[in-house]
Design a protein. Sequence first.
Lengths: 232, 612
Amino acid sequence: MSESTRERVFKKLTHAVDLGDEELAAEGANEALAEEVPPYDAIIHGLAEGMKLVGDKYERKEYFLPDMLLSADAMYAGLNILTPHIPKDASRSKGKIILGVVEGDVHDIGKNIVKVMLTASGYEVIDLGRDVPTPEFIEKAKSEGAQVIAMSTLMTPTLMSMQDVEQSLDKEGMKGKVRTIIGGGSVSEEWRERIGSDAYGKDATEAVSKIKTLIDTIIATAESMKEEDGSS
Amino acid sequence: MEAAQALGVDISTLCAGKGTCGKCKIRVMGEATTRLERTESEMKHLSEDEVQAGIRLACLTRLGESTVIYVPLRSRVGSQRLQTEGLDVPVEPSPLVRKYRVTMPKPQLQDSRADEDRLLAALTEQYGLPELGVDFDVYRNLPVTLREADWEATAVVWGNRIIALEPGDTSDRCYGLAVDVGTTKIAGFLLDLRSGAVVGVAARMNPQIPFGEDIMSRVTRVMMGGWDAVNELQGAVISGVNEIIEECCEKADVKPEEIYELNFVGNTVMQLLFLGVWPRHVAFAPYTPAGRRGVDVKASTLGLRANPGANAHHLPVIGGFVGADNVAVVLASKMLESDEMVMAIDVGTNTEIDLGNKDLVMADSCASGPAFEGMEIKFGMRATTGSIEKISIDPDTFDVYYRTIGDASPIGICGSGLVDAPAEFLKTGLIMPRGNFVTEMTERTDRLRKGLNGWEFVIAWKKETEIDTDIVITLGDIRELQKAKGAIHTGADLLMQRMGVTDESISKLVVAGAFGNYIDPENARIIGMYPEIPLERIEFAGNLAGTGARMTLMSAEMREYAEEISSKVKYYELAADKDFQKEYINSLYFPHADLTKYPETVELLRRFGQKI
């Protein structure tokens, strides 16, 4: 497999996601397998690159929700073909994220887009859906050993449910161990500060970059603790 | 000109078609341009450029064959903008409050009946009334009132109770107030309860706005502030209503004490905040209201300025997001009495949609947002003087014709203009159905440009405006409008799908709401705000909730009917529909992702030369 083959396949996948063309994405994914491009690379440098492009265009308003969802479909089409071929030990999940719309709210289009972007970026996403009771966030985070809880709401009164989750984490002594990020129509940086959440993502693109920072911090903290343990 | 009149297009003319005023300029499209001869008098009114562009005077142009004519906005007759109170639907007056002038014999040693018995007996004798109850406040003063009145008094009867007793004969003065308590605006109507005539109208911004622009942020305020916040919010809205009472009374020369009955409509959250009920649960899935039925409470308990015995009624609600205002809309539109299918859309920040006939009416609600009220739009504004309310774009030159309220220099764009803009963009090929600007069009017009915050189109150049800057529509604005119209369409479409109703079977579409009166029905349809229903079946009804509030103030039967509506109309929860997301996404397109739903619009766009 030559470098140019790799590049060609990546470009095709990126282009397919950008266009929202499911068939082209599937074609590109099959080509990657045929040309023995490592499926994980095809996802990261092909599909995810496409989603990044789409996310940027969405931010500039050049793409809108329908475009976003078409691209998501294309990405999943490629992902479904490539994922089964990733060797078990090499399924380098970058981190595990619990995602859901908080208790009392059922608006989930935004959350679904965040899910797509996170999946595209190589994270393992456990989607709890909408109107998720506070205890479920906590229990799932525990049982799955997730690093991040990501919560969304469009409505204002349900902002309080985010506060409930933060308080429960505190009670359970999980604060700091599990990081939180909030987003959605009614959410703001001020609200994040008020309820003591770890991050706020104003849109799907920002959510992904902030989650990356959160997880990097967790890893760095863990490593520095290991070092301290070693030196003492 | 005659052809235009026959088609129902009003072209302005001052000279009655003599070819002298030059107000009726039209553009003849396509090849026919060159084949139609101009007369001398016509040439006077046309510049060289206009002749080149195929401009004619409508009154002097004879059409020999099927021809496409473009009528610029400036040549159209604009309907005068009125502060509308909503359609007037007359009802037979049968108010819940009635006045009875009554005389009683003075007590004597031979006739020492109790004052109360004396009054009730006289009412039975003189009016055949059954034995009534007496409000405690009336009862306490009864001995004094009757004696001071020298045994001639007027009893104010609500239902089967005497709620007030006035000395002498006041039977010719009996008033009631109907109020539409909107999230943003409160509108009050003072009615003479004997005739049903509206004697005073007043409106205020809802004083709750500082506590939160939308109902949800007000509920949040309550959740953070507890019962103090409930009282604060209730106090705010009551003070707003009291101001309306004062203004109406002053206009009509009526004393607040002469108001004996008040009737309120509003969405379910406003109902709770008006009555002072804990509102949290209506804001959380599954959005349950506190009570569905209508509520009667003494106006004085709520702190309303009216007769101390006056009754305040809040009409029943339907569900968490379909309130008493919608009961009033269903009532006033008479859809539950109709043999044919009727659809009603009450456009607001939350848009309620009703569909049905005498057999079944279903209602849903969608969060259409405040875009059509001018919010979240770069140059958006409310419909006041200086707002652009009508926009038309020349398909060849891309010149923009607009009209402002009060003919003032423009300062922004209001809802009806915000409906026109995307429709005109679509017709002239400036945007694609998915809402993006066709960037190649920069070659044909400098109005389309990439601004600091992305793509935008200039509606009014800086030199024309009052605000020293170009008034533009941005790509971000178009996205907001797509979301708003998409939500409304989704609400309408899913109701139709679930009830198995097609466009053709809808006999009437009633568009209500503050800006409903002024929007261009065809442009609203081109952008896909509602299904493609024949234009002649679309009716604009203005503040129909206010109409319903007046009807249920004037008539006890109508009030009973409101209870029936509340229990009969079936609430449909859009959020629970499995196709919601899919339909919403499809509805974001102009007019829709599935163009087979809009054959007429597609044909129109093709006529304009758009490849769709």
